[in-house]
Write a protein that binds this ligand. Structure first.
Ligand code: CS2
Length: 515
């Protein structure tokens, strides 16, 4: 076919296009030109665009108050290339199986690329008009030790930032520098609100920033104590990394192009600890909850929804499934996850105001069956070392403390190990992985080969992930060894079947294969 048969490419999303969009596409119901920057957000990925920016868009439509968002990226991708070109506008699609609902979100006023140099980020974060800083910087962005929550003083970026505090590259270093600039100029208070799936995320963020400030010396730590709040928050909405197919969906269904489209499920939740400094956007007017204690909500979400996702991701990859919805469509994996959550995870949860835990399990599992949410198992499997503490190891520890069994919860822990082991050269580099501990585990696998006991011993010795008292627990170790043996066999899913068919209080599993 010649060039003339190429379709004329559709117009790109821009403020000028808003008035000409199809009526079924919902548009910002307020005057964007009257927005004033008040919130800065670090990490403008799919999740932010599907969550905090949407809540803010709702708030602007309901109770304007001029809360504009300034987006900052300190890691790829570049925002100017996507959102910048569209003046911060983007399409948020809600997808539920065959249904598609489109909405243009207008709350992001401006975007700042600060990947090469922290100066542009610091300019925004230190400015007096910013009173709320939210962030989604992924679990590893906090530079903390997952098993203890303390700032990792050996982290190369932290070492760099303590030596070069005015040109930081880590999140704790950038925030500490921004707070120092605030202290030295206008002195206005600010809330730093973590929106990552890190347990007690506000406490961890407060720890890493304060520890960094203390190391710097001077008055900064005292100023932070008096002027900065670090509330914890539970955030929830499944919003996988967007793909070229999502951009095409917008073009085919609605007739325009949007390089920054995001796709999410209908469900969303945001529970924020009522602990603020300075002015606060009233997100509680549009569906968020401000509460005294986020912990019960956080345990529920991370152990049930995220625990199920992580379990399905590793078992899914081992079983040859590409996406969550495909893994959960397998009756055996669905049965395994439901039983794990019901029999072992639920008893570790605190009562959660207004929520029935068993209904929450069913609702979570049903969310994962949505075939329009194409969440890749490898995406969820990424950075498992930063996720398994809150999703799996903490409930395991709680079970063991109460004398409960962990024969199901130990399986995904071993499946995380098997996932990284199989990515090693000695195991044929079954797939590419991304995890701060991937290299360490590949080295272990290359050295040890297929002896599950020695493999488990070596990996359980990584104390940044496994706190030594848990790693020393005989029941936990024995389960992990037996599970690893089964999951590294030629029939990992057969092993899961065997676990499912065994009595749930069996003290130990049978090794699935001969040594
Ligand atoms: C997922 C989360 O990639 C992952 O780790 O488990 O991004 C998950 O989809 C969200 O926490 C849902 O709120």
């Amino acid at each position: 076919m010649g060039d003339r048969s190429q379709p004329v490419s559709a117009e790109n999303l821009s403020p000028a296009l808003l008035g000409r969009l199809p009526s079924e596409v919902r548009k910002p119901a307020y005057d964007r030109t009257a927005l004033r920057p008040g919130i800065a957000h670090i990490g403008v990925g799919a999740f932010h665009r599907c969550h905090q920016a949407e809540y803010t868009d709702d708030l602007l439509a309901k109770d304007f108050d001029r809360w504009g968002l300034v987006g900052i990226n300190i890691r790829p991708p570049l925002l100017a290339d996507t959102l910048g070109r569209q003046d911060g506008l983007y399409t948020r699609l809600i997808r539920q199986n065959d249904e598609v609902e489109a909405r243009i979100v207008g709350s992001i006023m401006r975007v700042v690329d600060s990947q090469d140099n922290a100066a542009p980020a610091l300019d925004v974060l230190a400015s007096p008009e910013i009173e709320m800083v939210t962030m989604t910087v992924t679990e590893k962005g906090y530079c903390h030790i997952p098993s203890s929550g303390a700032l990792d003083l050996d982290h190369p970026d932290i070492v760099h930032d303590l030596a070069n505090p005015q040109t930081p590259r880590s999140v704790p270093g950038i925030l500490a520098r921004a707070l120092e600039l605030r202290m030295a100029t206008h002195g206005r208070p600010v809330t730093l609100l973590s929106c990552d799936n890190v347990p007690t995320n506000g406490t961890i963020l407060g720890n890493v920033v304060r520890t960094f400030a203390e190391r710097r010396g001077g008055k900064l730590a005292d100023w932070i104590e008096a002027n900065v709040a670090f509330p914890s928050a539970m955030v929830d909405r499944i919003a996988p990394a967007p793909t070229a197919a999502d951009i095409d969906t917008v073009e085919q269904r609605f007739g325009y192009r949007d390089g920054a489209v995001v796709v999410g499920e209908r469900f969303r939740q945001w529970v924020i600890e009522n602990r603020f400094a300075g002015r606060v956007p009233r997100w509680d007017l549009v569906g968020a909850s401000f509460v005294d204690d986020v912990t019960p909500f956080e345990h529920l979400k991370m152990r049930v929804l995220n625990g199920a996702q992580t379990t399905l991701s590793y078992l899914g990859v081992l079983g040859g499934f590409e996406h969550t919805f495909e893994a959960i469509a397998d009756p055996l994996l669905a049965d395994f996850v439901r039983r794990m959550l019901t029999e072992e995870t639920l008893p570790t949860l605190m009562p959660v105001p207004g929520i029935s835990p068993t209904a929450y399990v069913e609702q979570s599992l049903s969310r994962l069956t949505n075939t329009a949410i194409r969440h890749r198992n490898h995406q969820i499997a990424t950075d498992g070392s930063q996720k398994i503490v809150q999703r799996l190891l903490n409930p395991i520890r709680d079970r063991l403390a109460k004398g409960g069994g962990i024969e199901l919860l130990s399986v995904p822990v071993a499946s995380w190990m098997a996932y990284l082991i199989k990515a090693s050269a000695r195991f044929g580099r079954a797939w590419q992985v991304s995890d701060p501990f991937a290299e360490r585990i590949a080295t272990i696998a290359d050295r040890i080969g297929s002896n599950s006991k020695l493999l488990a011993d070596a990996i359980l010795g990584i104390d940044a992930v496994f706190d030594p008292s848990l790693a020393a627990n005989a029941m936990f170790r024995a389960h992990v060894v037996a599970d690893l043996d089964g999951l590294l066999s030629n029939d990992p899913i057969g092993f899961v079947r065997q676990v499912c068919s065994g009595p749930t209080d069996a003290p130990l599993k049978q090794p699935a294969r001969s040594a």
